[in-house]
Design a protein around this ligand. Structure first.
Ligand code: CDP
Ligand code: CDP
Length: 213
């Protein structure tokens, strides 16, 4: 069975996808982490982010892996743990540009499709229900007001000691929505859920109620 969860930043996709995957004992695949990893290594290796060809070559040299350690999902690229680094605001700021390149998308989409294979999977991203797994058994599209999403990021950042104002985060979230709009289309057969006024548990229950095993 394939479950696709799409939607803009901070709607709760990854939190909810992880819980559902655990409940169902399915594989969880975070596609955003792949775009973020490429952006992180592009920045680290001082690659010009306007250069699609160099970025695609870098991507082809990257081996992506994820494992649960102490109850937390960790991401590895060529065996380096990049779990923390890929969440930095500088990565969030540049990731949409990197994700806009057709050759980057082509490579990662086929990698994601190969990972899913015939397994039971919960995959979250922007284009899972439309492009990566168009015949997924269940498709969800999460949404929420940008101000609520910025507040969620603000609280997350605070815990990590990152100091960005709420206003800066609203601007950053709206900018990313705009830049992602081309690759973020809700599938016609997706179920739309506004998570703005919902707790994580409520969102999880709402999805679980729709999923029949
Ligand atoms: O967690 P958050 O929603 O902030 O973002 P993410 O899921 O980690 O994705 C980071 C970025 O990767 C997005 O803003 C998109 O630019 C890109 N992305 C994409 O283009 N397609 C996907 N399937 C997943 C992410
Ligand atoms: O993956 P995505 O960027 O869509 O969102 P996330 O990383 O799962 O969630 C962003 C933050 O919002 C996390 O700290 C969640 O705990 C929080 N959140 C929430 O408080 N209530 C919700 N209904 C959804 C997410």
């Amino acid at each position: 069975m394939q479950i696709a969860i799409d939607g803009p930043a901070s709607t709760g996709k990854s939190t909810v996808a992880k819980i559902i995957a655990k409940k169902l004992d399915f594989l969880y695949v975070d596609t955003g982490a792949m775009y973020r990893s490429l952006t992180y290594f592009g920045l680290k290796n001082k690659i010009d982010l306007n250069n699609e060809e160099l970025l695609t070559n870098l991507l082809k040299s990257m081996n992506y892996d994820s494992r649960v350690i102490n109850n937390r999902l960790h991401f590895f690229v060529n065996s380096e743990d990049v779990t923390q680094e890929i969440r930095n605001p500088i990565v969030a700021k540049n990731v949409s540009q990197v994700a806009s390149y057709p050759s980057v998308r082509k490579h990662l989409i086929s990698l994601q499709q190969n990972i899913a294979g015939n397994q039971n999977v919960v995959m979250d991203g922007r284009d899972i229900g439309t492009v990566v797994l168009p015949s997924a058994d269940y498709k969800f599209f999460l949404t929420a007001d940008p101000k609520i999403r910025a507040k969620r990021r603000f609280l997350e950042n605070k815990k990590k000691g990152i100091n960005l104002s709420l206003e800066e985060l609203v601007t950053a979230i709206k900018r990313r929505d705009e830049l992602d709009s081309k690759q973020m289309v809700m599938a016609k057969d997706a179920i739309l859920i506004d998570t703005g006024e919902m707790s994580i548990d409520q969102v999880v229950n709402s999805l679980m109620n729709k999923i029949q095993r």
